[in-house]
Each structure stands twice: as structure tokens, then as C-alpha cells.
Design a protein around this ligand. Structure first.
Ligand SMILES: Cc1cc2nc3c(=O)[nH]c(=O)nc-3n(C[C@H](O)[C@H](O)[C@H](O)COP(=O)(O)O)c2cc1C
Length: 191
């Protein structure tokens, strides 16, 4: 696919037909997810992958414990679900070391949580690679406390959400009509 077509095709698919992904293909998508920038040149990512019907079901039950399986059941048809996270510890260690170029200091001085930023870039690359490979994707939030308990997630991991991918059901959801002018300022300093 042309890159512009990948971007144009990106939309949220919450319902899938029974779907599968082979190991090599998933590895390719995960590799793409590691091509994003990361604060301090670290390798902060801590992602979890659930592949195939039983793992996908286990994810849903742990990540959304109050939701019955038959609520929106076509979410269960995802070929795989990847939880995107980053390790806070990684940054703490990196910023204790000799100065990082352009850095204003350690995590306590950051304007935003870099783990959230880096994991978000990673999730976006994963989605674009998945769309390029012909899948539909869905980024969503979930109950990270219940999930962490169920899957013994390291306590320093910041989980930003998950991406489900699969063969999408047809969707006739309306696309957003936001324009660049709606959201982009061209600020000028007051004189
Ligand atoms: C941080 C974040 C959290 C989201 N959480 C959910 C969610 O919990 N459930 C859901 O169905 N969609 C979720 N979405 C998907 C958005 O609803 C979706 O991106 C938005 O409606 C725009 O639609 P589009 O992705 O098709 O352009 C989330 C998206 C983001 C970026």
C-alpha cells in the first residue's frame, strides 16, 4: 500500500470476523512498533502480545472483568491483541547516567511522562504496519489494575492501552470532518 493510503485507511474497527495472524507477520508488525523515537535513546517498551482465540479471550476477561463475553462478541474475533507499555525504571536509570543531550534532567523534571509518549508512538507504528498488512485495528483503554494483577505486570510499567487487530467487519461509521484549520494555530509572539 502507498503510505498515504495506509493513513487514509486508518480508522477504528471494533468488530472483527474470525481472524488469524501468523507468527512471522506478527513479528514484523512488532518490529515496526520498535522503530519509534524514545526519550534518551532508551529501549523503554514493555509490550504484551495475545495471539489466537484462547489468548485473546483471556486478555478480554482479565482486562475488562465486568464485561460479559457476549457484549460486543465480535471483539473476541481479533487475531491478536497487543498491550503497549513502557518501563519507568528504564528512564530513571538512563537519566541517572551522564547527561543526555538536550535533556533538562530526570523524570521529575519532564513536562510529560515520556513513557506514555514513547509507548504511544510505538502503538501508532504498530497500527500503521498492521493496516499496511491488510488488517483493521482498534486502540482502546482497559482496566490496567485488573490486567496487571492477572498477568503479573512489573510495577514500573506504564500501560497506555491495547491494539486489537483482525479482519474487520464492514463499518459504516462516519469519518471525522476535522480540518487542519480547526486544530492548528500559527502562533505569533505579541510585540
Ligand atoms: C487514548 C484512547 C483511548 C481509547 N479508548 C477507547 C475505548 O476504551 N473504547 C473504544 O471503543 N474506543 C477507544 N478509543 C478509540 C476512539 O474512540 C476512536 O479513535 C475515535 O472515536 C475516533 O475514531 P477513528 O479512530 O475511527 O478515527 C480510544 C482511542 C484513544 C486514542
Amino acid at each position: 500500500m502507498e503510505f498515504s493510503d495506509v493513513i487514509a485507511a486508518r480508522r477504528t474497527h471494533r468488530q472483527f470476523q474470525p481472524s488469524a495472524i501468523d507468527d512471522a507477520q506478527l513479528q514484523q508488525l512488532l518490529s515496526a512498533s520498535l522503530r519509534g523515537p524514545a526519550a534518551g535513546g532508551t529501549t523503554p517498551w514493555r509490550h504484551d502480545a495475545f495471539v489466537g482465540p484462547s489468548e485473546v479471550l483471556a486478555f478480554w476477561r482479565a482486562a475488562w472483568p465486568t464485561r460479559p463475553d457476549d457484549d460486543q462478541p465480535r471483539r473476541l474475533h481479533a487475531a491478536a491483541i497487543v498491550v503497549f507499555g513502557a518501563s519507568s525504571e528504564t528512564y530513571a536509570k538512563r537519566y541517572e547516567a551522564p547527561p543526555v543531550s538536550g535533556s533538562r534532567g530526570g523524570p521529575s523534571q519532564w513536562p510529560v511522562d515520556f513513557g506514555i509518549v514513547d509507548a504511544s508512538f510505538s502503538a501508532m507504528l504498530f497500527q500503521l504496519a498492521a493496516i499496511d498488512a491488510g488488517f483493521g485495528t482498534w486502540f482502546f483503554g482497559f482496566d490496567t489494575d485488573a490486567y496487571a494483577k492477572a498477568f503479573a505486570t512489573a510495577s514500573d510499567t506504564v500501560m497506555i492501552g491495547a491494539v486489537a487487530l483482525g479482519t474487520p467487519e464492514q463499518s459504516n461509521a462516519k469519518r471525522r470532518t476535522t480540518t487542519v484549520a480547526d486544530v492548528v494555530r500559527r502562533p505569533v509572539q505579541p510585540t
